[in-house]
Design a protein around this ligand. Structure first.
Ligand SMILES: [Zn+2]
Ligand SMILES: [Zn+2]
Length: 442
């Protein structure tokens, strides 16, 4: 007994992507971009996550009506298809300029993101060009063969939940759709206080045809308001053949939606042209970042989005050399400064995301599948115990940096966070009084 496949999912996705490509590239899709698109499409056709792309497409269509702000918690933003299917998603291609007037594409060989690049004149037709592209490699989301596990977990504003439910009910007309709840403690503290545990409404679960909640007493619990819901983690859900769509409300997104209503400025219309004007101190002034993120920003004064990602990711990584910020909030930054930022190997190879390792290994001559394989080993903290990694012909300094890490955060998730903070900063600069009234509830 399984959840049925969504009819025409692939065809609908292709149709939507082609339509969007025509808007983005009115003079035809440049060859480099077409290659990425075709590869992803081929993999999608046989992917076990095809339905998740289609659900994303339909949720986006619904969300766009009320300009809902939605972000992903995993690697999905690295997909070019996700960029095409959403509205105002981040562009995952390598840093580049594209001229809409004459169709000229210029891929820039840099570690910076497109948003960090200066304006230039088109070398062909002289039109003013701005950069785009957050340099998220194909492998990040698809692996080397299109078979990598892709998680589709969303952060949303809670007001979107009932709309999402209706979308899911329309997709699965013969199945019952019930709430999904997850027991969570204080997200800012490692030590769980049983008194503060709460079952939060984190999305929906689709039940197999003919089944209802009463058939799953062992994985049923209650939300705070008494509504029964399915709980338990990803693998259990899969064992029961249930389909989970995880939609986690996030405070910052609740604030963004309130700011949207109070300002009349749609959050999704704050695009990369508006965001490129913002600086690190705008982001820290918006007070939407975590304490440790904020501290690194103030001390290190990042000069562009690429550096902001670097310093933001540090608070999400775990290393063997510095204690996790949640365990050591007082001295954390100073330890990071001494043991990581000032480390000569790190200064040569400043890797803070999995993709940084991937990029540097490719630059050092590894082929892409190999670079991907070892970036996975590094991000799981296995590089110190992997003889194969030691044997690689890459610089020792790069290996030393890798061996500092017990866990490495993905670039995509980090950029999602930063663009969210940057949009908060945009609203703050637009009207600091309205902003304060929302943030401080005054
Ligand atoms: Zn041009
Ligand atoms: Zn899973």
């Amino acid at each position: 007994m399984c959840i049925p496949n969504i009819k025409n999912a692939y065809e609908n996705i292709v149709h939507a992507c082609e339509k969007r490509l025509k808007e983005l590239y009115p003079l035809g899709v440049p060859k480099e971009i077409a290659v990425r698109y075709k590869t992803e499409l081929e993999w999608l056709e046989h992917s076990e996550f095809l339905d998740d792309f289609e659900i994303f497409r339909l949720l986006s269509e619904e969300g766009k009506k009320t300009s809902q702000y939605m972000t992903f918690r995993g690697m999905a933003p690295s997909s070019f298809l996700i960029y095409l299917l959403g509205y105002n998603r981040l562009n995952p291609l390598k840093a580049h300029y594209y001229c809409r007037k004459c169709g000229h594409l210029e891929v820039v060989n840099t570690h910076l993101f497109g948003i960090d690049l200066p304006k230039i004149s088109c070398p062909v037709c002289n039109e003013e060009l701005v950069g785009d592209g957050f340099n998220l490699p194909l492998e990040s989301v698809w692996g080397t063969d299109g078979k990598k596990h892709i998680s589709f977990d969303y952060n949303i504003c809670s007001e979107f939940l009932p709309f999402a439910k209706r979308v899911i009910q329309k997709i699965y007309p013969e199945n019952e759709v019930v709430s999904y709840g997850l027991m969570v403690g204080n997200p800012n503290n490692y030590r769980i206080d049983p008194a503060k545990l709460e079952v939060k409404h984190y999305g929906y679960v689709v039940l197999p045809k003919g089944r209802c909640l009463a058939d799953y007493p062992e994985i049923t619990t209650y939300l705070e308001d008494g509504e029964p819901c399915i709980t338990s983690l990803c693998n259990t859900i899969e064992q029961y053949n249930l389909k989970r769509i995880m939609l986690m409300p996030l405070d910052t997104i609740e604030h963004l939606m309130q700011l949207q209503r109070k300002s009349g400025i749609y959050a999704h219309e704050i695009g990369i042209n508006e965001l490129r004007e913002l600086t690190y101190y705008d982001l820290t002034n918006s007070k939407s970042m975590g304490v440790e993120e904020d501290r690194v920003f103030i001390h290190e004064t990042p000069q562009n989005y690429h550096e902001m990602v670097k310093y933001n990711a540090m608070g999400h990584n775990s290393t063997f050399v510095v204690k996790h910020p949640l365990e050591n909030s007082v001295d954390w930054y100073y330890e990071v400064k001494e043991k990581i930022l000032n480390n000569a190997d790190f200064q040569k190879y400043p890797c803070v995301t999995r993709e940084d390792f991937f990029d540097y290994m490719v630059e050092c001559g590894l082929d892409r599948p190999e670079a991907y394989k070892f970036s996975e080993i590094i991000r799981k903290g296995r590089s110190p115990r992997e003889p194969e990694f030691d044997a690689l012909s890459i610089p020792e300094e790069l290996k030393n940096v890798a061996k500092m890490y017990a866990y490495v955060f993905p670039r995509a998730h980090c950029i999602e966070y930063l663009l969210m903070y940057a949009r908060m900063a945009y609203y703050m600069k637009w009207d600091s009084r309205v902003y304060s009234s929302v943030i401080n509830k005054k």
